[in-house]
Design a protein around this ligand. Structure first.
Ligand code: KG4
Ligand code: ZN
Length: 333
């Protein structure tokens, strides 16, 4: 029997979850809207808002899961990677909570947790599987051999896929985070209206910085001819950019599946909420006979449910850390 409280505070969402015997019974996410005023996450502000949100989020999670503090057997927390000031709030809270209740602490790597989110709901992938993890900070193709035996076989050399979405949105004067808004506009646009060249990067790696620049030049050129170009073509621009990003991601995923002879394929991270990627993955799966795994929306973007399920697997192995643990902005995979 185990009840695990999990804390996620690596970026701008404060999230608290409860895992009761392997089932997620609460997943509270307090979003920070303040960053919308600045077009990106302001680390200093994120830390302060985590401070304000963390205790109410814990209280709400306990209520949702119908447990009390005394029922908790261990505290799991995101140690990294992420914004140091944000991580410090979650790690300090987790340590104090564990100390007060005299229960063990479990350290979780945020990127492992995005992948382990696949073990929250059914159907669960079978090992080995390939996971494309696409978020605001990372773009990785990971060969997942076991819960904590994972190997990055491809990654971005510069910007992440989420950044490609967010930076394009900024060019289009859409508020932060722009990914979900591009997705929304794309649903009314023609994905073949405009063409953007696919970066030619060797192996299973990605590059999005040149792609982003090509969109910038394209928009500047079009605006010279028609100052209302963005307003008149917003849906088509979003649909075309989204299609290009999805193609780049899926082409590498196909290459990885072929290279490793694996047809169990998963996607994870904030960008896996993208409808174009979800549909494109389904189509590719139908063509190539893949078994695919896509997390529920609430477990795609940053959430403590994924930290709780990763924590549960570590709890089963009694894999605990001491009170001297500290957060890591960069953390080895
Ligand atoms: O995993 P996540 O919540 O945070 C990080 O660990 O980075 O990912 C956030 C990223 C942002 O770049 C956001 O724009 C993107 O995920 N995102 C989306 C969608 N929902 C979130 N991008 C495209 N389409 C979406 N529907
Ligand atoms: Zn994340």
């Amino acid at each position: 029997m185990s009840v695990i409280l999990a804390i996620e505070s690596s970026c701008d969402d404060t999230s608290v979850a409860i895992c009761n015997n392997g089932k997620i019974t609460a997943n509270v996410i307090a979003n920070q809207t303040i960053h919308q005023n600045y077009g990106g996450v302001i680390p200093e502000l994120a830390s302060r808002v985590h401070q304000q949100n963390i205790v109410p989020a814990v209280q709400q999670a306990l209520i949702n899961a119908k447990v009390t503090k005394q029922d908790i057997n261990a505290v799991a927390f995101t140690r990294g990677p992420g914004l140091l000031g944000s991580l410090l709030v979650g790690v300090s809270f987790a340590k104090s909570f564990a100390l007060a209740l005299n229960i063990p602490l479990i350290s979780v790597n945020h990127m492992h947790a995005h992948i382990l989110a696949h073990f929250i709901d059914d159907p669960k992938p079978n090992f080995p599987f390939i996971c494309l993890t696409v978020s605001g900070g990372h773009t990785q193709i990971v060969l997942v051999k076991d819960y904590f035996d994972m190997e990055i076989v491809g990654e971005t050399l510069d910007d992440a896929a989420g950044e490609a979405f967010d930076k394009t949105a900024k060019l289009l004067a859409l508020p932060y985070p722009g990914g979900p808004l591009i997705d929304k506009h794309a649903q009314h646009g023609n994905p073949l209206a405009f063409k953007f060249a696919e970066p030619q990067i060797a192996d299973l790696n990605f590059s999005f910085s040149g792609f982003k620049t090509s969109i910038l030049y394209f928009i500047r050129k079009q605006e010279k001819e028609n100052p209302n170009f963005i307003a008149e073509n917003l849906d088509d621009i979003c649909a075309s950019v989204q299609r290009s990003i999805v193609q780049i991601l899926l082409n590498k995923l196909k290459k990885a599946a072929k290279q490793y002879g694996i047809n169990e394929i998963a996607i994870a991270g904030g960008v896996s909420a993208n409808s174009g990627l979800r549909n494109g993955l389904q189509q590719t799966a139908d063509e190539l006979g893949w078994k695919i795994y896509i997390p529920a929306f609430q477990y795609c973007t940053d959430n403590a449910g994924m930290i709780a399920i990763a924590g549960y697997q570590k709890y089963l192995k009694q894999d605990f850390v001491g009170q001297d643990v500290s957060p890591m902005a960069r953390m080895e995979f």
